[in-house]
Each structure stands twice: as structure tokens, then as C-alpha cells.
Design a binder for this molecule. Structure first.
Ligand SMILES: NC(=O)c1ccc[n+]([C@@H]2O[C@H](COP(=O)([O-])OP(=O)(O)OC[C@H]3O[C@@H](n4cnc5c(N)ncnc54)[C@H](OP(=O)(O)O)[C@@H]3O)[C@@H](O)[C@H]2O)c1
Length: 329
């Protein structure tokens, strides 16, 4: 009978879900690699109906380039076909929805909560509903690599705003937004799971000369992921767990040493930390910097398997079952 969905088709229809990634600092380097690898990895995965990317940074031209890369670049497989908004075919189960961009300055704290909430609402309304959400807190700045006695108050403020306060505000707005989602009975299907991924660094766990503000902020962010976990567990134990309806997990991920806007200036000009300068120059001379796409493929394997403990700190150099088992470098 026409219109009836049977057997395998029915199962497919029930299981298909929409994936959504929000990436801060998506205009270049690691953020760009996260976006492209997310599209490639989840776009080719069985059971994924569609993948939507929300790319955030201040650089429109950079975001346009990354958007184009996600939609059809070399690293995106044929399964990750990109549709223009006009030709999204909902019966095509492996459609990547076009990414959108939004100018968002993370140091603009006065507007950040409202603008970030706006982005979430607009995206959900325009492109949703989504079942699985991934928020990558990737933006960052090294700032001045000088000893703490040489940091200016202005530098302390900017570094803290971009590296710690903005990600904290984003998490706060996000968790509030998830809590306030409409119940499933209404027209909009709520997000059922959310993974918050803090792109971290070795400076979160070790003290390195010159990496004072950066290290303080990365340590704070790792603590943020743990505190969110503790609060979710607390809510689940308590009576009023309205906010714990969505399955939330957090992860801090140290991506490895890569040649980007953070390390190239050190290769070229050196910095106050001689050991770090030497290491960067050695890696540069030996082609030893880690390819961001290798790092992000490991991150996607970790997220896909979803076996990490919420609040965990994982480094790309760790030995992990996920990376042994999966088809990734
Ligand atoms: N490279 C490494 O070796 C390395 C090692 C460990 C950890 N990491 C981490 O990896 C992440 C990405 O770094 P990367 O190496 O790709 O650095 P990058 O090339 O300098 O990129 C940094 C990103 O952060 C964004 N950003 C900086 N300030 C911002 C602001 N005020 N508002 C909005 N966005 C801002 C930039 O976007 P716009 O300028 O376009 O706004 C850019 O997309 C960082 O969290 C970094 O700490 C990198």
C-alpha cells in the first residue's frame, strides 16, 4: 500500500537522527579541522540523517572558506554531500545542511549571552530539530608569552575574557537553553544529547614559563567541564531535575602541537620560553607538527564511541581503545 513504511525502512525512519555541531573559532586551523572532520565523520555515519554546522568567529571571510571546505572540500567524502538550503532533499539521508556563520566576538561580553542564545534559537528554528548536539569550545588566544611580571592588566583581561570567561558564559547560556527547551509533546523535538568539548592544552595540567594566563585559563576550563558534570549528577540525584532531561557530557581534549597561528610566531620570532621555542623550531624543521586533521579524527572517534567519562581530560597522545579500534590515524 502506498505511503506505508515497512521493515527496514521503518527502522531507518525511526533511528535516523540529526546531528548539530557548534564550533567557536571555526575560521581557521584547528576550528576549521573540527568542522570539516565532524562533517566528514558524522556525515558518513549510519543512522545520521543530516549534519548541521554552526561556525562562529569574527572573521567572515575565513568562515566562508571553512564553510566551502565543509561542503565539498577534499576531506569531505561523497556521502557528505552538501546541499544549498533551497535543494535540501529530506529523503536523502546523508545530507549535510549548509553551515551558517555569525560574527561573534568572544571579548564582547556585554552582548555575548544574548547573541549566543539568539544563534541557538535561530539555528534550531531554521535548521532544526536536532537530536544530538556537540559544542566545541575551540577559540583561544595565547596572548603575550612573557613572564607574569611583564603582563599588563589589559592583556590579563583580554586573555581571561577570550579563554575563560567567554567559554564559561557560553556553557551557562547553553545549559539554560537546553533546560528551557519545549517538552517533546510540542512541535519542536528537543535536543536529546549534548556533548561539550573544551579544546584544551598541556598547559592545563603543567606549568610552563610564559604560559601563565593561557595556562590559568585552560586549567579553569578543565575545571569548568568537571563542575558541569558534578552539577548534572547533583541534579539527577535531586528532586527537581528538570534541567537534567538532556543527556549532557563534557570533555577536555588536548589536541597536540600543531603549526597554527599560535605556534608559527614562536617558530619565526621565538619567545621567552627557550625550551618551547626550541621544540617548535625542531618540529618545524622535521615536519613534526601534528596535522590538525589527524588530531580531529581522533577526537571524532572519541565522540562517536562516546565511552569517555564526563569531565575527563584526554590528550591526543594518550593510548585509547577508540583509536586502536577505529579506522583513523
Ligand atoms: N596550535 C597548537 O599547537 C595548539 C596546542 C594546544 C591547544 N591548542 C588549542 O587549539 C585551539 C585552536 O587554536 P589554533 O591553534 O587553531 O589557533 P589559531 O589559529 O590562532 O585560531 C584561534 C581561533 O580562535 C578564534 N578567536 C580568537 N580570539 C577570538 C575572539 N576574541 N572572538 C572570537 N574568536 C576568537 C579565532 O577566530 P577569529 O580570529 O576568526 O575571530 C581563531 O579561529 C585553541 O583553543 C588552542 O588553545 C592549540
Amino acid at each position: 500500500m502506498e505511503g506505508l513504511v515497512k521493515g527496514e525502512d521503518l527502522e531507518k525512519e525511526i533511528c535516523m537522527s540529526a546531528f548539530w555541531a557548534v564550533v567557536t573559532g571555526a575560521s581557521r586551523n584547528y576550528g576549521a579541522a573540527i568542522a570539516a572532520m565532524f562533517a566528514r565523520h558524522f556525515g558518513a555515519k549510519n543512522g545520521v540523517e543530516e549534519v548541521h554546522l554552526t561556525l562562529l568567529s569574527r572573521d567572515e571571510a575565513g568562515l566562508e572558506r571553512v564553510k566551502a571546505m565543509c561542503e565539498g572540500g577534499d576531506r569531505v567524502t561523497a556521502a557528505c554531500e552538501v546541499a544549498n538550503s533551497e535543494d535540501i532533499d529530506r529523503s536523502d539521508h546523508e545530507t549535510i545542511r549548509p553551515s551558517m556563520y555569525c560574527r561573534l566576538d568572544l571579548a564582547d561580553l556585554e552582548w555575548l549571552p544574548e547573541r549566543f542564545r539568539d544563534v541557538l534559537e535561530r539555528e534550531q528554528q531554521t535548521h532544526g530539530p536536532f537530536d544530538h548536539m556537540y559544542v566545541f569550545l575551540n577559540s583561544g588566544t595565547l596572548g603575550a608569552i612573557v613572564h607574569i611580571r611583564d603582563q599588563t592588566a589589559a592583556e590579563v583581561q583580554t586573555n581571561m575574557e577570550v579563554n575563560l570567561i567567554a567559554p564559561t558564559v557560553i556553557c551557562s547560556v547553553l545549559l539554560q537553553w537546553l533546560q528551557q527547551q519545549q517538552p517533546a509533546a510540542t512541535a519542536t523535538r528537543p535536543v536529546s544529547s549534548c556533548r561539550i568539548v573544551d579544546i584544551s592544552s598541556r598547559a592545563a595540567t603543567g606549568a610552563y614559563a610564559g604560559f601563565n594566563l593561557y595556562g590559568l585559563c585552560k586549567t579553569g576550563r578543565a575545571m569548568l567541564t568537571k563542575v558541569i558534570t558534578a552539577e548534572r549528577q547533583d541534579e539527577l540525584r535531586g528532586e527537581s531535575h528538570g534541567g537534567a532531561r538532556v543527556d549532557v557530557k563534557t570533555l577536555s581534549f588536548a589536541p597536540g602541537r600543531m603549526l597554527t597561528g599560535m605556534t608559527l610566531p614562536v617558530v619565526e620570532n621565538g619567545c621567552v620560553n627557550q625550551a618551547f621555542t626550541d621544540e617548535c623550531r625542531r618540529l618545524h624543521a622535521t615536519n613534526g607538527f601534528l596535522d590538525p586533521h589527524v588530531s580531529t579524527s581522533r577526537l571524532m572517534a572519541l565522540l562517536d564511541r562516546d565511552e569517555f567519562e564526563s569531565g575527563a581530560f584526554v590528550s591526543v597522545g594518550d593510548k585509547r581503545q577508540e583509536w586502536d579500534d577505529m579506522d583513523c590515524p
